[in-house]
Design a protein around this ligand. Structure first.
Ligand code: EPZ
Length: 436
């Protein structure tokens, strides 16, 4: 049964260091694909089934958002049945979108289906201001009148149905590409979106829409062309494996100098992570088209990472690799170019003995021989994963708080790590005295 994994804020994760991992870890469905595909199910005036859905808090929040607009949803192990025949509401409650930015992605499908959508501005989050101007500009190009009033984005299709258009994105935003691609599936005529995001999750969303009868070409390239249709039909669709979860476990093997196998994976989706791991001295072996082995090494060289839109190095892996580079020899640099405030884990890693200097959006990391366990606070989803990885490698014990961040996007991370031999345990805050 899918659980919301919502954690009570007072819990602490205790991580015993100097872990050695071994064995195999199964990878769940992709969070960032699932959330967009759940929004896209609104485009279908029938029911759809989505399989390989991860058991994470963000999925529960999206379920609440879909229910808030009147959708019927049933959950079974790893699957969702979404009946979107009748959408009774065009507006989404603020408290749900405020919890999860991806909630804003329903604006495209609602507008395409109903001709009207009223969705709260998602507002900023720990990693940046996260504006939605590219979404809004694109919807206006598709023939919507958009008013932002009292924090609500109100969009109305001028001619009750959106009209195909040529759209150029100033930045290859994942969310804007997804919103506009979804809106254009039911628009009249052809839409061309230039300078698109090419992330695998965008391609998975396009495949889902096509499975419902949408006419979409070019997903995964810089130009997506959509020929609008009047109606979409039911489908049964399996979500791709989560490349960020897979890469997180690849770093877990490297940082603990261990050997583990990971599947299912789509190796092409991991090219940047594999390249950087090999560059510093870890070994990555493709055992089959969907399974890889990572062999950690006793010593790592330094390297330079710059986050970029796909196929560049993913910003969602920046923090985890930074944790690894704290234990690599020499000076490495990590430059975060996608989000303006995604280096908050630096201070926490320094609490564990890392030597990192910040120069604007560049972190200069001077390798140290070891980290030491400490009480740390997770500030966002990927920062929380990085601190868990650092805790596994450190001397002694790390106590991590802010676990709601972790639960938003990792499906049973602790259980999977324990099955690989790690010693970590969640406890109510204040009961740390008793030894693990
Ligand atoms: C998606 O966020 C992912 N989230 C993020 O994953 C991921 O980090 C990001 O893409 C980049 O890969 C989901 O898919 C749910 P963007 P999204 O629009 O769509 C600016 C994780 O850890 N921008 O590509 O919100 C924006 O401020 C999460 O799993 C505008 O300026 O990302 C940012 O600086 C975190 N105007 C940059 O573009 C806009 O209208 C990239 O944002 C839209 C975006």
């Amino acid at each position: 049964m899918l659980t919301n994994g919502q954690d009570r804020p007072e819990s602490v994760l205790r991580i015993k260091g100097k872990a050695t991992l071994s064995g195999h870890v199964p990878i769940s469905g992709a969070k960032n694909s699932t959330l967009a595909i759940m929004a896209a199910a609104l485009l279908c005036s029938d029911s759809t089934r989505i399989r390989n859905v991860p058991a994470i808090a963000d999925v529960q929040t999206m379920i609440e958002i879909l229910k808030a607009v009147g959708i019927k949803i049933t959950q079974s192990s790893g699957a969702l049945d979404i009946d979107a025949k009748h959408i009774s509401q065009s507006h989404v409650p603020y408290d749900l979108v405020n919890q999860m930015r991806a909630g804003f992605f329903v604006i495209g499908p609602l507008l395409a289906r109903l001709g009207v959508a009223r969705v709260p501005l998602p507002g900023g989050c720990a990693i940046g201001t996260r504006p939605v101007d590219l979404h809004v500009k694109g919807l206006q190009a598709l023939g919507a009148d958009v008013i932002i009033d009292q924090g609500i984005v109100q969009a109305y299709a001028r001619h009750s149905r959106l009209k195909g258009a040529k759209i150029y994105l100033d930045f290859p935003s994942v969310g804007a590409t997804e919103t506009l691609m979804m809106a254009a599936t039911l628009a009249e005529g052809e839409t061309v979106i230039e300078n698109c995001a090419q992330e695998p999750e965008v391609m998975d969303l396009a495949n889902f829409c096509r499975a419902m009868g949408a006419k979409i070409r070019g997903a995964g390239t810089k130009t997506i062309v959509i020929d609008g249709v009047t109606r979409l039909h039911t489908t049964d669709f399996g979500i791709i494996p989560d490349r960020i979860e897979a890469a997180t476990f690849m770093v877990a093997a490297a940082i603990t100098r261990s050997t583990i196998t990971i599947s299912p994976v789509i190796p092409d989706h991991l090219t940047a992570a594999i390249a950087k791991l090999e560059e510093i001295g870890a070994k990555v072996v493709l055992e089959s088209s969907s399974r890889l082995r990572v062999e950690g090494s006793p010593r790592y060289r330094h390297t330079h990472i710059e986050t970029l839109p796909y196929p560049g190095f993913p910003t969602d892996m920046q923090a985890q690799f930074m944790a690894l580079l704290t234990l690599s020899e020499g000076n490495s640099t990590v430059k975060e170019t996608v989000f303006e405030n995604r280096l908050q884990h630096v201070a926490e890693l320094c609490r564990m003995g890392a030597n990192i200097k910040l120069q604007g959006n560049i972190a200069v990391i001077t390798g140290v021989s070891s980290l030491s366990g400490a009480p740390v606070m997770a500030t966002d989803l990927r920062a929380s994963a990085a601190l868990v990885l650092a805790g596994l490698a450190a001397e002694g014990e790390t106590q991590m708080q802010g676990l709601h961040h972790l639960d938003r996007g990792y499906d049973q991370l602790e259980t999977k790590l324990r099955n690989l031999g790690a010693n970590l345990y969640r406890q109510p805050l204040g009961s740390e005295q008793s030894a693990i």
